[in-house]
Structure formats: C-alpha cells, structure tokens
Design a protein. Structure first.
Length: 619
C-alpha cells in the first residue's frame, strides 16, 4: 500500500493500514513534513495552557489533564513498520520510487484536489491494475474522475475495472472520498443529540440512537440491530477506560442490563419542510415582513367593510358598491353631492382609507426592493432566535456540516472570521445567518445568540480557537452542549475528560476529522465500498457493502451463523429487479448466496479479518 499526503490524514491512514490490516505501507510526505508537523504539538501545548485555566477554576482539579498528553502526537511520526519516503510532489519519479508499479493500492490524500488528480492520472498510467483512492472536496468532479480512471484501467488491462488483477481479490477500481463528507454527519449529529449518529450516503439514511439502561437487559424496540453497549459509567472513574462493547450478541446485551445501548434505526428522509411553491403566499411571505403583511390584510378588510356598508346604506348591487368604494378609495370618482348623508360619510371614510393606504403601499415597495437588494448579502441572526446551533468555521468541514444541519431543518447561526471563506456562498444560498468576526473577540458569540443556543459546534482548523470558543461559551452557558474539533487524539481525550469533570451536567464531545475519516479511506483501499462510519465514544464502527461470494465466513451461512460478536453483523441485503433497494427484515434463517451483496456493520479489525488479510497483523 502506498499513501501520499501532506497532513494528518496521511499519517493516520498509514497507521490504520499497518496496525489494523497488517499491510506493508509506504508513506510519501513532503520533505518539509517533519518540520511542518511539530507545530501541531505546539498548538496542542498552547491549547493546554487554555485548558489549565479552566482546570484551575474547577473545584478540586489539577492542571495535568492535557499538558502531558498534548506533547505526544502519534500521527506526527510514521507508525512502526511503515516505510517513510520524502518527496516534494507526487511526480512520476516519486511514485515509481515509492513502488506504485508493484503496489496493490494507492491513496492520494493531499489537501489540494488538483495535486491528487494529477498524481492519479500518472499512477494509472504506471500501473493500470492499481486500486486508487482519492481525496477530493469537489464531489461532482470526483464522479467524473472515477469514471475516467475506471475506463482507463479497463482499456489498459483488458479485464475491466472491477476485475481481479492477480487473483488475490485486488481490483483496479477508483474510489473518490472526502474527509469532510465522512465526518460531517457524525459532527452534525453530535451537536444535535450528543451521542446519536446519522449516516446518509447513496440514498441510505441510518440513525444510531443511544438508549438508557433497561435494568433487566431487555429492550421494547431493539430497532434494526444493537450496535454497541456503552461504557458502564458516564462519570469520571475507573469504568471510563473500559470502553464500549461493539456489536454485542444477545447474551452480552442481557448481561449488560445496567449499560446504555446504541441501537440502529432506519429513517425515511424526505428533505427539509420547504414550501411547495403552489399559490402566491410563499412568494408573498418572502418579499414582505410579517408586520407589513398584517397591515395589508387590515387595509383589505377595511375596504371590504366599506363596500358592505355602502351596499346596505344605498341598496345598490354589491359589485357596484365594491366598485364605487374602490373609486372613492383612489379619489377618482365624482364627489357625492346631493347624495344621502350615509353615502357622503362613506365616501369620506373611503378617501381617508385611501390616504392611509399610500404609506403602506410605499413601505411594501421599499421592502420588496430591500429584499431583492439583500438577497445576495449575509443575513443577521433574528432577535428572537433560540434553540439553534452555533457553528464556528465555514471551511471544508464547516460547509459540509452546515449542509447536513439544514437538511435536518435545524436552525443554524454561523461564525466566520474570513470574509472570503468558501462556505459563505453556501450560507448565503441557504439563507443562514452569519456573524463575521473573530470568535476569540468579545461580543462575537453574543451576536450569535450563544446564550439561547442549543449547542456549539467548533470546527475551525485551529485547535486553540476551538478550545477558547468552547471555554468562553461555557462561561456564558455552563449547561451548553459543545462539540469541538481537535487534531490530536490524546489531547482531545484530555480536553473531553477535563471539561466533563468541570461541567458534569453538560454534554461535551471532542472529535478529530482525520480520526473519523481514516477508517473509511483504509476500507476503500482494501477494495470494499465503505458507506460510512459511526463514532461510538472513542471507537469507530464501519458500515460496508460486501459481496458474499468469495467469503467463507458469509457464503452458504445463515444470517445468524454469519454474525460474529465484536467483529461484524449482516444488516441488510441489496435487492435487484424492478424495485432495487435494501431488504432490512432479513430473518436469521436466511441463507446468504454467493450472488448476494449485503450491508454489514463491522469493527475495523473485524473488517480486516473478514477480508482475509489479518494474518500478518496479529492482535
């Protein structure tokens, strides 16, 4: 396996392939990588200084929670058994020296899309049977690149892009992934429900729901499957380090009656509740404010009342009465000289109503013009906004998280310091309020209505910024749910435990994007379609679509026999024919056929063992 990259994802991916799958890995990094990575440690140590302040403020806590672990960054140095190679760019010479011509798979995880595409085209020419995994932010471009490289592999090898290269199960497929898309569902779901996870890919929407302990080990509604038993206790103590039990069997679920469970549920997602566009009311409401709409409605009622009064006083036809009222309203009728007193009074009232209508019409015109003028500008948070999610950062990750939150119809207020950030266009299109300013400056979070927010999601690329924003928000709202993105795993654990100890009644979660994305990239390099990943505390559960044929652990076995506790579990079977989809109601007695393609949940080591390549990895 060859991994080329210039950030933390490359290091984590190399460690994943070596430590979990037991593969021989060559890691290609820029020559300045060794001098570039240490500032991550510096950031962690600087952030730990901020952490010490909250530790000092917390009763009975000492300042050694994050300082010791902050200086250890496993991803900064290559893991054992990984060959490290330095190259400024993934040129043809560099790829050849890395052994791409003899490699089974190549992962290109540079932060620049153009660099990954250029290297992929070169690698496909050097080795047409090479499996490629690319990291691209542009999803539409990624689809075209997949088709192009697969077609090139099929023409060069003459065996098709999906065929086996050498009989070992390796194919020359191309997979385009995005670390932002992989991590965004987990980050968004964590901000909403703390421990619930949402996975959406290819029309598949799953939700992992945390349920409290049942006491007797039974569950009224087990959902599609029980994914995990959480740690025995949720407070700081010896039980925290025991960790969750992934994919337990029925006996383990019954024995763990005092532990919370994570249950998988299927959700039919139909998109946010947007107006259907029929009639004029949605268009009317988007142009005019609520106060102006009520004013216009009052004027219409007044005109109707005057028309009815004129009909009752004069006895003329109702349509003629309404017509005369409009003429009087716009002052284009002759004066009612010689008419009855009632007619004259109604004409005066109609004229007065016409005078009152003029400023209302003028306000409507000005407001409509202002609506069109501000359609391309950023919105400000409304005055009465509450129960929303405050999102810090509109970079690659923040933009994907914002899209996920709006798909769930969750109100969001964004905070961004860069007026040229890539996510501002998305926020403008989705009509999401944005506060431009440095979140570390006083008053910025207040402008985002942090005191009435439901959760704070800090996903900027700077660890210190995320931590400082969380500490300041907790000072304003001690019970606020917070989710912060931190690079270093050890430092994230220290932050999580310290904030949880300082604020035991508040929900605190720390997530690493590269930690969430690395398993999906590693699974794709092993030649299986990884649908996504769910974080379960500090572990990760993978969901993959696997062909049953060629796997003795699955082929010819029933669903119940194929289940291996702690490793993998078959969840659904893909159906073909007139109504393709997923069959989730598979009985335990269903026999898996070689032609079946199933969706299963697996741990990382379980997936490695299922692929038959764990022999060299050991335990």
């Amino acid at each position: 396996m060859v991994v080329c990259g210039d950030d933390g994802l490359a290091h984590r991916l190399a460690a994943e392939l070596r430590g979990v799958y037991g593969e021989q890995v060559t890691l290609v990094v820029p020559a300045s990588e060794r001098s570039v990575r240490p500032p991550v440690v510096v950031r962690a140590r600087a952030a730990s200084a901020l952490l010490d302040r909250v530790v000092t403020a917390a009763a009975g806590l000492t300042g050694n929670g994050g300082g010791g672990n902050a200086g250890t960054v496993p991803a900064a140095e290559p893991p054992g058994g990984v060959r490290l190679m330095e190259a400024a760019e993934p040129t043809e010479a560099a790829l050849a020296e890395a052994g791409v011509e003899r490699a089974h798979a190549l992962a290109l995880v540079y932060d620049d899309d153009e660099t990954n595409i250029r290297a992929a085209l070169t690698a496909r020419r050097l080795n047409p049977r090479l499996r490629l995994v690319l990291r691209l932010y542009n999803r539409r471009l990624g689809q075209h690149i997949e088709e192009l490289l697969d077609q090139a592999a099929a023409l060069a090898s003459g065996e098709g892009a999906g065929g086996s290269a050498d009989g070992t199960g390796f194919d020359a497929s191309t997979t385009v992934l995005s670390d932002a898309d992989t991590a965004a569902p987990a980050l968004a779901a964590t901000a909403l429900t703390g421990t619930s996870k949402v996975l959406q890919t290819g029309g598949l929407l799953l939700r992992a729901v945390e349920r409290p302990p049942s006491g007797d080990g039974t569950s009224a509604d087990p959902g599609l499957a029980t994914l995990a038993l959480l740690s025995p206790t949720d407070s700081a103590g010896p039980g925290v380090d025991q960790g969750p039990t992934l994919l337990p069997d029925a006996a383990a679920v019954r024995a763990g009656g005092g532990r919370a469970t994570v249950v998988l549920e299927q959700v039919s997602y139909a998109g946010p509740s947007l107006p259907d566009g029929r009639g004029v009311m949605p268009w009317f409401a988007s142009l005019f404010s609520r106060r102006l709409r009520w004013s216009l409605a009052g004027m219409v009622g007044c005109v109707l009342a005057l028309a009815v009064a004129l009909w009752l006083v004069t006895g003329i036809h109702p349509l003629r009465a309404f017509y005369l009222t409009l003429l009087d309203l716009f002052a284009i009728d002759d004066p009612a000289i010689g008419e009855s007193v009632g007619r004259q009074i109604l004409q005066l009232l109609s004229g007065l109503a016409g005078l009152l209508l003029l400023p209302v019409l003028l306000a409507a015109v000005l407001e409509a013009l202002g609506t069109f003028r501000t359609a391309s500008s950023l919105r400000k948070p409304p005055r009465g906004l509450g129960g929303h999610v405050v999102l810090l950062g509109l970079g690659k990750i923040g933009t994907r998280v914002l899209t996920r939150l709006r798909e769930l119809n969750i109100p969001v207020v964004c905070v961004e310091s860069d007026p040229e950030a890539r996510g501002l266009a998305t926020a403008r299109r989705l009509r999401v309020p944005v506060v431009l300013g440095d979140v570390t400056q006083e008053g910025v979070l207040e402008a985002a209505k942090i005191h009435r927010a439901h959760a704070l999601l800090a996903v900027t690329s700077a660890d210190t910024t995320n931590l400082e924003a969380v500490l300041y928000a907790r000072a304003v709202r001690p019970d606020l749910r917070v989710v912060l993105r931190l690079y270093d795993d050890d430092f994230a654990t220290a932050v999580y435990r310290t904030l949880r100890a300082a604020h035991p009644r508040a929900s605190t979660r720390s997530r690493s994007v590269s930690h969430l994305a690395a398993p999906a990239f590693a699974g794709a390099m092993m030649g299986r379609q990884i649908l996504g990943a769910f974080p379960v505390e500090r572990r990760v559960l993978l969901f993959a679509a696997v062909d049953v044929g060629g796997h003795p652990q699955l082929e010819g076995r029933t669903v119940g026999e194929a289940f291996r506790a702690g490793s993998w579990r078959v969840l659904a079977r893909e159906e073909s024919g007139d109504a393709p989809g997923l069959a989730w109601d598979l009985p335990d007695t269903y026999v898996l056929q070689a032609a079946d393609r199933v969706v299963l949940a697996a741990t990382r080591r379980g997936l490695a063992e299922l692929l038959g390549r764990r022999g060299r990895a050991g335990t």
